[in-house]
Design a protein around this ligand. Structure first.
Ligand code: AMP
Length: 280
C-alpha cells in the first residue's frame, strides 16, 4: 500500500491506472470494522481501492469536535493495508483548502435542511464540497459509502447525478457491535456508564419494528413511543426521531416499506450518535 499526501500526486497515480477500475472509500479515519467492510466491498467491485483519510474541517461546526476527533494514523495504516487497500490518500488541510479557496458545493435544502442538517448548519455543504473534490482528485469509477450516514448518502447521490460526476455510488449496510450499537469512531467518546444509554438508538429501531409488525403505521404515534423509550435511558436527549422516505428524505405521516427511521440522540450532553434503518 502506498501513502499519498498531496492532491496532485494522487491525481497522477489515478491517471497511471488508466483502464483499471478505481474504487474510492472516503473516510475520516480511526478505522473500525464498519470502515473495513466498506474497503473490502470496494475491493470486490474494482481492481484498485483508494481510501481517503481526511478529517474535513469544513464539515464541523464551530462548537463541534474537530480538534477532539479521534485519530490514529499508524493503526489506520496497518488496518487499511490488511484490508487490501492500494492507496491511502491522507492530505493536509492546507493542501485541500489553500488560502485562496473559495468554492462550495451546496445541495438543496429539501435534502440538507432537515435531520442532521438542521442541527449541524453547513455540515452537508462541507461534506458535498470535500467529496466533490475527492472525486476530482482520485477520479474513481465508484465510491462506497455507509448506510450509517443515510442522509449523507442521499446528498452525495443527488450531487453526483446533478453535477454529472460519473461516479457510481455504492451503499453498504451498517456494521454493528454484537449488542447492536452502530460502529462509529465517536463511540470512543462514550464513558463506560454511557455505553448502555448508547444502545437506546438500536433498541428504539427494534421497538419501532415490533410496533410496526403489530400494525402501527402512524409516524406521530411511533415517534411519541420512541421518544419516551429513548428518554427512559439515563443521560439521553433526543435530537430527532424522523420517519422519512428513503430517497427524497421527505417526512411521512404513515410508514411503509420505503420509510427510513432516522435517529440522533445526545448522550451525556456531549456525544451525539446517529442510527437509522427500515422498520418494515
Ligand atoms: P467516517 O470516517 O465516520 O466519516 O465514515 C467513513 C465512511 O464509513 C462513511 O461512508 C460512513 O457512512 C461509513 N461508516 C461509518 N460507520 C459505519 C458503520 N458502522 N457501518 C457501515 N459504514 C460505516
Amino acid at each position: 500500500m502506498i501513502i499519498i499526501r498531496h492532491p496532485t500526486e494522487m491525481t497522477a497515480w489515478a491517471k497511471e491506472q488508466a483502464g483499471r477500475g478505481i474504487a474510492l472509500v472516503p473516510t475520516m479515519g480511526f478505522f473500525h470494522e464498519g470502515h473495513l467492510s466498506l474497503m473490502r466491498r470496494a475491493g470486490q467491485l474494482a481492481d484498485q481501492v483508494a481510501v481517503s483519510l481526511f478529517v474535513n474541517p469544513t464539515q464541523f461546526g464551530p462548537q463541534e469536535d474537530l480538534a477532539a476527533y479521534p485519530r490514529n494514523f499508524e493503526s489506520d495504516q496497518a488496518m487499511a493495508e490488511a484490508a487490501g487497500v492500494a492507496v491511502l490518500f491522507a492530505p493536509d488541510a492546507a493542501d485541500m483548502y489553500p488560502a485562496v479557496f473559495s468554492t462550495t458545493v451546496t445541495v438543496g435544502k429539501e435534502l440538507t435542511g432537515k435531520l442532521c442538517g438542521a442541527s449541524r448548519p453547513g455540515h452537508f455543504a462541507g461534506v458535498a464540497t470535500v467529496v466533490c473534490k475527492l472525486f476530482s482528485i482520485v477520479r474513481p469509477d465508484l465510491a462506497v459509502f455507509g448506510e450509517k450516514d443515510w442522509q449523507q448518502l442521499a446528498v452525495i447521490r443527488r450531487m453526483t447525478v446533478d453535477l454529472n460526476l460519473g461516479v457510481e455510488i455504492v451503499s453498504h449496510p451498517i456494521v454493528r457491535e454484537a449488542d447492536g450499537l452502530a460502529m462509529s469512531s465517536r463511540n470512543t467518546y462514550l464513558a463506560p456508564q454511557q455505553r448502555e444509554a448508547a444502545l437506546s438508538l438500536s433498541r428504539a429501531l427494534a421497538l419501532a419494528r415490533t410496533l410496526a409488525a403489530k400494525g402501527e403505521r402512524s409516524a406521530e404515534r411511533l415517534t411519541a413511543a420512541l421518544r419516551d423509550f429513548i428518554h427512559s435511558f439515563q443521560e439521553t436527549a433526543v435530537d430527532y426521531i424522523s420517519f422519512v422516505h428513503q430517497d427524497s428524505l421527505q417526512h411521512v405521516t404513515e410508514i411503509d416499506e420505503t420509510t427510513i427511521l432516522a435517529l440522533a440522540v445526545k448522550i451525556g450532553g456531549k456525544v451525539r450518535l446517529i442510527d437509522n434503518g427500515r422498520v418494515m
